[in-house]
Design a protein around this ligand. Structure first.
Ligand SMILES: NC(=O)c1ccc[n+]([C@@H]2O[C@H](COP(=O)([O-])OP(=O)(O)OC[C@H]3O[C@@H](n4cnc5c(N)ncnc54)[C@H](OP(=O)(O)O)[C@@H]3O)[C@@H](O)[C@H]2O)c1
Length: 389
């Protein structure tokens, strides 16, 4: 009997994991560490997330299968709940994914993960501690094909503090917990669901749609972006968690060179879904030099009237900075383990577009990541990204 401690069950990938795992009749108990004031409130928080993957009745049925442990992973080392002791596996997804949360993000992601690892040391039957990082710890100056072993690197040029905190976490886990069976999984960029489209989350999908609406790209349309769907990430994490023997202790969960997405293919998919002139010409612009051009175009297309739209402009510019990096994350290790390839974005983008609402409403799925900057009207939206890092 396996007992899997899951953190981050109320988040996008946590929901995708539970949606897939709880649908199967397996001899596994999922123990979810959830921030809540009571077990029932925690259950309903997880049910709300599951209801984005299925109907509310099925979500309620599935959520009855899990054990809820109310708690905060950043204080897990102080949590003596005996239900944690018997866990055989840990899937650590929880994180503060805010890009500009500063010290708070570091305390949660780095210090909090070390607290969870200390708690895991008391799990006598622990077989695997699967820590979910991010492939973006490579920073902005990485080569276009990123290998797992090259990072974390002390000289990586982080665009945001979030990736820096994830890099430091990996370094500290390796240095301080050689006794734990730690495996690191680093997803690339998670967008949509290959069959449910935008229903589970519009995170980052809105950025692609905003770029399409703006008809502006900060990079060559022949350059690539490494995007994978949430359901594939979930399936692969469950596989990495349970596979008895793994050849490595570090894996990218990425599309790799065969499955990466050319911007030209994204543009073609948009043209197919919503035909325009057949050409769909995009203006190439420079993120630093042409800030005012982006702001002007954004104002024309979306308006810039309220704080949420100003946040959306800042978020668009920030995501553009990542999109322009032209990075592909090697996935040879994952394929050699026998895992399936991810569907390419171009193949499932039509499903995502088919059940998408307004772009500005979809931004709501990411607004918390950008909420750390006070919605101050005086804040210049053309402030360089580094100022927020
Ligand atoms: N989505 C991507 O594109 C992507 C790409 C690469 C890597 N990743 C990594 O994958 C993981 C999951 O990402 P996601 O997109 O699913 O994130 P998400 O939707 O933002 O969810 C974050 C989860 O972490 C939980 N959490 C945060 N602080 C917590 C705390 N102190 N105690 C307990 N739970 C806490 C949240 O719980 P509450 O509901 O209580 O806030 C929520 O369940 C993260 O580690 C992220 O860095 C994501």
């Amino acid at each position: 009997m396996q007992r899997i401690l899951l953190t981050g069950a109320t988040g996008l990938i946590g929901g995708a994991v539970l949606h897939q795992a709880l649908g199967r009749d397996e001899d596994v108990t999922w123990v979810c560490l959830v921030r809540c004031t009571s077990v029932e409130q925690g259950r309903q928080r997880v049910a709300a997330r599951l209801a984005r993957f299925t109907d509310p009745f099925t979500a309620q049925r599935l959520v009855r299968k899990i054990e809820i442990v109310p708690g905060d992973f950043t204080r897990a080392d102080l949590d003596m709940d005996p239900r944690l002791d018997a866990c055989t596996h840990v899937l650590h997804l929880a994180a503060d994914t805010s890009w500009w949360g500063g010290e708070r993000v570091f305390r949660t992601n780095h210090d909090g993960t070390l607290a969870l690892a200390r708690r895991a040391q008391a799990m006598a039957g622990l077989q695997r501690f699967l820590h979910v990082g991010t492939a973006m710890i490579c920073g902005a100056a990485a080569p276009s094909l990123v290998e797992e072993t090259a990072y974390p690197a002390a000289d990586a040029e982080h665009i945001v503090g979030y990736t820096e905190s994830k890099a430091a976490t990996e370094t500290s886990l390796a240095a301080l917990f050689p006794d734990l069976p730690i495996v690191i999984a680093r997803p690339s960029i998670v967008v949509g669901h290959s069959t449910l489209g935008a229903a589970p989350s519009s995170s980052i999908l809105w950025v692609l749609r905003a770029a399409d609406a703006l008809r502006m790209l900060p990079c060559d349309p022949e350059s690539c972006v490494d995007i994978v769907p949430a359901d594939w990430v979930a399936e692969t994490l469950i596989g990495l968690l349970k596979k008895p023997d793994l050849k490595h202790d570090l894996y990218h969960l990425s599309s790799g060179t065969a499955g990466r997405t050319r911007w030209a293919d994204v543009i073609a998919a948009f043209e197919k879904a919503a035909p325009s002139d057949g050409v769909r010409a995009f203006q190439r612009f420079d993120l630093d030099r042409d800030r005012s051009a982006l702001r002007k175009r954004f104002t024309e297309v979306f308006g810039l009237g309220d704080a949420s739209m100003r946040a959306m402009l800042r978020a668009t510019r920030a995501y553009y900075a990542f999109c322009a990096l032209d990075l592909t994350f090697a996935n040879d290790r994952l394929l050699a383990e026998g895992f399936d390839r991810a569907s390419s974005l171009a193949s499932y983008l039509p499903v995502c577009l088919a059940n998408s609402g307004a772009i500005t409403e979809q931004f709501a799925d990411d607004i918390e990541m950008f909420a750390s900057i006070p919605p101050c009207p005086a804040l210049p939206t053309d402030m360089p990204l580094a100022a927020f890092a």
